[in-house]
Design a protein around this ligand. Sequence first.
Ligand code: FAD
Ligand code: NAI
Length: 511
Amino acid sequence: GGFRVLRWTWRLTWVSALAGLAYVGYGIYETRNPVDQPPPHPSKKTLVVLGTGWGSVSLLKKLDTENYNVIVVSPRNYFLFTPLLPSCTVGTIEHRSIMEPIRNFLRHKKAAVKYYEAEATKIDYEKRVVYVNDESPIKGDVSQTEIPFDMLVVGVGAENATFGIPGVREHALFLKEVGDAQAIRNRIMDCCETATFKDQSEEERKRLLHMVVVGGGPTGVEFAGELQDFFHSDLKKWIPEIQEKFHVTLVEALPNVLPMFSKQLIDYTEKTFKEETIDIRTKTMVKNVTDKYIEAESTGPDGKKQLERIPFGLLVWATGNALRPLVKDLINQIPAQKDSRRGLAVNEYLVVKGTENVWAVGDCAVANYAPTAQVAAQEGAFLARMFNQMAKSQDIEAKLTELSEVQEKAPNAEARNRAFDEIKDLQKRLRRMKGVNPFEYSHQGSLAYIGSEKAVADISWFSGNIASGGTITYFFWRSAYLSMCFSTRNRILVLMDWVKAKVFGRDVSRV
Ligand code: FAD
Ligand code: NAI
């Protein structure tokens, strides 16, 4: 008897393994061979979406594309998972692991979506037209054109703030896009190699190996942490000559770093940085940048101000966001936006104030939330739900008009009553649909990596808050970001990169 049970269990295990394999195989086949997409019906409204970042892509993810004639315009033909971008600057993660091609993603939508790799250069609100330019290196006969819209979603994000400080654009590197991370990675290696050049003076070595980060927000803190990790676990092993001089300094104008985190986590971060030998220079405001040093004004404990020169080999500038020219121009076209400074003011349905049929999401919109991926993603998903419902209500409204005609022309009382009942049903559904609740942001918490396998987290828990920092938080940080990655493909690639960096170390070649 026992033997039979064992045999059956064995068979059952095999069958389920085979079924699982077939399921995965079919999934892969389906992903690799998407079915044909029908073009949208010509009667549908044209919905133009600008950008392929957190806001726009989260909208496109949830949007039923059969309901609209959807056109996406963005100079970047991929989505970028920004939370792991600081890891790309030192090669813990390769940049392609956190990029998801927009073409693959759109190809899997139910109805066809048009994508143009171009930059929107101007939105003409009066004419309901967007002007677009192909800014890529390869241009055809046509590289400028216009796209009319019925509905427009602006999700173009923000630029790097420099506050007009001289020399920043020329001499500093930013950390916002893939190209920035690659430039930083190369610059780090270049500084190390040049510092070890024959006959280099001690002072010049010191300068070249001084890595300065300006801005103590999460971008600056995460980058400083990653860089120090890179030094500890790889650089100093492969290039022992740099060990004495390599140094990371974080410069922040305010009295502390990470202002959005709780006091306890700020202290924890500052303590960890001290242990990692990262210098934090708070109350230090950078005023001028040259190719070899920054000039910063620091306030001493006695309140006295002092101007000093800080030489650097690498300078990374992470002082937050500024408006894009496209957004500035749109603000100037709309009288209701005359007081908008930080972005397009939107109402509780994310409609750009003073417009009809123009919505804004993410870093270019101001809805009293921090400019984060978390906010942008929730805003995008909200718009998708609203647009899906709007389309459904429009369908019902059309059906209602049809039914009232049927009712009028009904040959007898029975047919009239049937139409009447149907109308009542549809009106009820329509009322339910039109009751869309306004956008409400639900804060899941703030997370940041601070180096040496430690992270800090302020997590919202029911109505309270949990603040934690350390190695367990770091594993939480890793699993949270892994689960948030855009696709299974991204998840697998990131996981492989982590293993690769642990086993072989990070790649120190300069390309
Ligand atoms: P973006 O994601 O920046 O996308 C803007 C899109 O618009 C891009 O595709 C761009 O190519 C396109 N575009 C630009 N100009 C034009 C134009 N003229 N016409 C058409 N398209 C245009 N937030 C978090 O919540 N958690 C984190 O851990 C986190 N980590 C971050 C780490 C780094 C290094 C950085 C830089 C940011 C991080 N953020 C994080 C913030 C987050 O990335 C942004 O808040 C988020 O990207 C905003 O989304 P968005 O859609 O508004 O803009
Ligand atoms: P930020 O705006 O958060 O911080 C910039 C910092 O630079 C400020 O503290 C400011 O005081 C300082 N600063 C400005 N000018 C200066 C000067 N001249 N000299 C010295 N210091 C100066 O910018 P950041 O870090 O780029 O973040 C942008 C947005 O992205 C934020 O909303 C942030 O929350 C989000 N983000 C979130 C992350 C996370 O949750 N892990 C990671 C990265 C970004």
